[in-house]
Design a binder for this molecule. Structure first.
Ligand code: AHR
Length: 498
């Protein structure tokens, strides 16, 4: 099968905001306790942070991490998580029905972000709490000193303000499962007032209003329209969340998940622009895709977990090779609208639906989905080109016409390099890639072709076999663009020097 790709230097989508490669650590399952934080682990540092996990997080080069939830945040009291650790209360987390010892709190998280070279995105509780607590948290975190709350932070060991720039105004407030669930009107009003207060404190803060918790919610997309009508002036982003699954074991539908993501993004952009027009506003609303991933493997096991324990085994999806292909194509979708999607979080980072897994007291390893994310984060930063491609397609009941290729190209003007990310969805045909480049000077040559493929779509990495699904390099020795091929069912990254 042939895939002809056309790229012209002058035709661009826009620059990639590095925050497209963000991630998420929620106080959920073993993400924190037994994941990033395990005091007795052989690799733990003086603060109890697992250095084996930190090494992998650094390797992924995640520019920011969203914290502390997720559903968890809607019944979280931030004050419980600061001050001397031995004096912090143990709470019941109603979202995940777990025991929360508050040992890894706000200061520990901020220290950890520094150690892994990332930034924080903090979400405020708009479920059980509201404006007063959000305002106080921002002051505690970001005010240099002289006020009671900023001095309290200093007394708790952080002389310098945390300077957290990105803030989420609650989480999935449209969800019936959310503690403190609200209607769009209730949430929109509250989010606007909270946002207003936060921007009175610091107008440079970047605020994310809650969109729908998925494009399948019955209130989507009216929720977005109503919320934005309230919050258009204070919010900078509207959130999108999407988890994809393959319960029916229908590979061709599952592989087309990114078509669904593309449509979801387009719809939310349309709603943003509708509200912009209605308000006669000059401001453009951007998108924060702050939860996305594959999530469905762990369902049965999760239901068997006993409640009210610290660090329960929850949402520990073990990812297959086919999941990695889907994650690779979802990354392409995010890049495809890099002009509007500025923030995104692979949900999540460690143990809970995560690219990094650990065994308590044991090793940390990379899941299959780690690899497309690693390469996209490392090489997907630059300017997305508005490419076109011709390739055969297949008919799918859920998504309609689905091309066999999912391709995106990023130009790095500084390094004078093009990076092509392409997924071959065909289960039986190799894809010959015919690249038509125009407007680029020089002599384009392939300097690296990384392939992730496997004969078994269900292959997984485990602690015993951490390298079952790993990429390989098939770079042609002469660097020619001729003969480029994406193997059957594969994710590919092709780096082209110009
Ligand atoms: O990421 C897991 C959960 O998924 C989050 O807590 C919630 O926001 C979403 O429903």
């Amino acid at each position: 099968m042939k895939c002809t790709i056309y790229a012209k230097k002058q035709f661009v989508v826009g620059p990639v905001d590095k925050r497209l490669f963000g991630s998420f650590v929620e106080q959920l399952g073993r993400a924190v306790y037994g994941g990033v934080y395990e005091v007795d682990h052989p690799t733990a540092d003086e603060q109890g942070f697992r250095t084996d996990v930190m090494n992998l997080v650094r390797e992924l080069d995640v520019p920011f991490v969203r914290f502390p939830g997720g559903n968890y945040v809607s019944n979280f009291n931030w004050e419980d998580s600061v001050g001397p650790q031995e004096q912090r209360p143990t709470r019941l987390d109603l979202a995940w029905r777990a025991l929360d010892p508050n040992q890894f709190g706000l200061h520990e998280f901020m220290d950890w972000t520094k150690k892994v070279n990332t930034e924080a995105m903090m979400v405020v509780n708009l479920g059980t709490r509201g404006l007063a607590e959000a305002r106080e948290l921002v002051e505690y975190c970001n005010h240099p000193g002289g006020s009671t709350l900023s001095e309290m932070r200093k007394n708790h060991g952080a002389e310098e303000p945390f300077n957290i720039k990105m803030w989420g105004l609650g989480n999935e407030m449209d969800g019936f499962w959310q503690v403190g669930h609200k209607t769009a009107e209730e949430y929109g009003r509250l989010a606007n007032e909270v946002g207003k207060a936060m921007k009175l404190f610091d107008p440079t803060l970047e605020l994310v209003a809650c969109g729908s918790s998925s494009g399948y919610m019955p209130t989507f997309p009216q929720w977005e329209a109503t919320v934005l009508e309230h919050t258009y002036d204070v919010a900078d982003y509207i959130s999108l969340h999407m988890y994809v699954r393959n319960d029916e074991d229908d590979l061709m539908t599952f592989l087309a998940s990114s078509v669904g993501m593309d449509r979801y993004i387009e719809t939310v952009i349309s709603v943003c622009d509708y509200v912009k027009a209605k308000k006669r506003s000059k401001k453009t609303m951007y998108l924060s895709f702050d939860e996305w991933n594959v999530w469905y493997h762990s369902g049965k096991k999760d239901r068997e977990q006993p409640p009210w324990v610290v660090g329960p085994n929850l949402l520990e999806d073990v990812y297959t090779f086919e999941d990695a292909l889907v994650v690779g194509s979802l990354l392409n979708s995010l890049l495809r609208r890099a002009d509007r999607v500025k923030i995104a979080c692979l949900a999540q980072l460690v143990n809970t639906i995560a690219p990094i897994m650990t065994e308590t007291s044991g090793p940390a390893w990379r899941q299959a989905i780690y690899w497309p994310f690693y390469y996209a984060s490392k090489y997907g930063r630059g300017t997305v080109l508005d490419i076109r491609f011709e390739v055969p397609s297949y008919d799918n009941e859920t998504y309609g016409t689905v091309p066999y290729a999912d391709a995106i190209m990023v130009h790095h003007p500084e390094g004078d390099e093009l990076v092509l990310f392409v997924v071959n969805r065909s289960p039986d045909k190799t894809m010959d890639i015919d690249l038509n480049l125009s407007g680029f000077e020089g002599n384009p040559r392939v300097i690296e072709h990384v392939v992730l493929d496997h004969s078994d779509p269900k292959a997984v990495n485990t602690s015993q076999q951490p390298d079952e699904v790993v990429p390989r390099t098939i770079t042609p020795t002469d660097g020619t663009l001729q003969g480029l091929q994406a193997p059957v069912l594969s994710w590919n990254m092709v780096r082209i020097a110009l």
